[in-house]
Design a protein around this ligand. Structure first.
Ligand SMILES: [Zn+2]
Ligand SMILES: [Zn+2]
Length: 245
């Protein structure tokens, strides 16, 4: 089992894992997408306490002050990481201000793939190519354009969030999903929604407007209080890729 990102306090994380009956000691690896604290804060301590291997890029290790080999295992972009016999992860570089961020494609070896994509200003061609073969996609829908622009944030922050290295708007996410739509895709989870600049119904309706006619799978929203549900990708017992949000 692998945990992707570790931004809550250790106590909060253990509480949330217990809600979905996961014993943290079952976690084999912790994969950190980038050094921002909402993704990385308690990763090193969790890795130590649960005896789970911490995986991150060399840049993230430097930014977090984690020592390679003794505290973390570093990976290169698009270098497959074998987490267990059943599961591997592929990191795909994505543009996000002042960080070495990656999206993650998880595969269980039987052809089913699941993607987790957060914190990016826009989708690269390479990312879209990988997304187009996935059965499950968790992707950020961070802000609604109008709410961000008329909201309380200072002008410079608005510019950063909506810039090429910021976050995806509902519209951008909807357009990406429209672009990569294919019959394999069965479930979509919209995540990393801003509490100030977005609302679940805005994100969902924007996405539905773009893919509603071509997509028959599920769309769910992951809120900040989660985890609320489990999504299984793949059929084989004990070999499915489980995404808990
Ligand atoms: Zn983030
Ligand atoms: Zn970030």
């Amino acid at each position: 089992m692998v945990l992707i990102d570790c931004g809550f306090s250790l106590k909060q994380l253990e509480l949330r894992l217990s809600r979905i009956n996961v014993n943290p000691l079952e976690i084999d690896g912790i994969f950190i997408t980038h050094h921002h604290l909402d993704h990385a804060k308690s990763a090193r301590r969790a890795s130590e306490k649960w005896d789970a291997i911490l995986h991150c890029s060399p840049e993230t290790a430097i930014r977090m002050g984690w020592a390679p080999i003794s505290e973390c295992r570093t990976f290169g972009n698009v270098e497959r990481i074998q987490i267990s016999d059943e599961m591997s992860l592929l990191p795909i570089p994505i543009p996000h201000d002042d960080s070495d961020n990656v999206a993650v494609i998880a595969t269980n070896g039987d052809g089913h793939r699941a993607a987790i994509v957060t914190d990016l200003g826009e989708a690269t061609h390479e990312l879209k190519r990988h997304l187009s073969g996935c059965s499950h996609i968790s992707i950020e829908a961070n802000y609604d354009d109008e709410r961000l622009m008329t909201g309380p944030y200072p002008h410079s922050l608005k510019r950063r969030i909506s810039g090429r290295g910021g976050h995806l708007s509902n519209l951008q996410t909807a357009e990406i999903l429209q672009d990569i739509m294919n019959p394999k895709l069965q479930s979509i989870v919209l995540c990393h929604l801003s509490e100030k600049n977005n609302a679940p119904h805005l994100a969902e309706s924007e996405v539905l407007m773009h893919i509603g006619e071509d997509y028959s799978g599920t769309i769910s929203i992951s809120t900040q209080d989660g985890p609320e549900f489990t999504i299984r990708v793949g059929e084989l017992k004990n070999k499915d890729v489980r995404i808990r949000l």
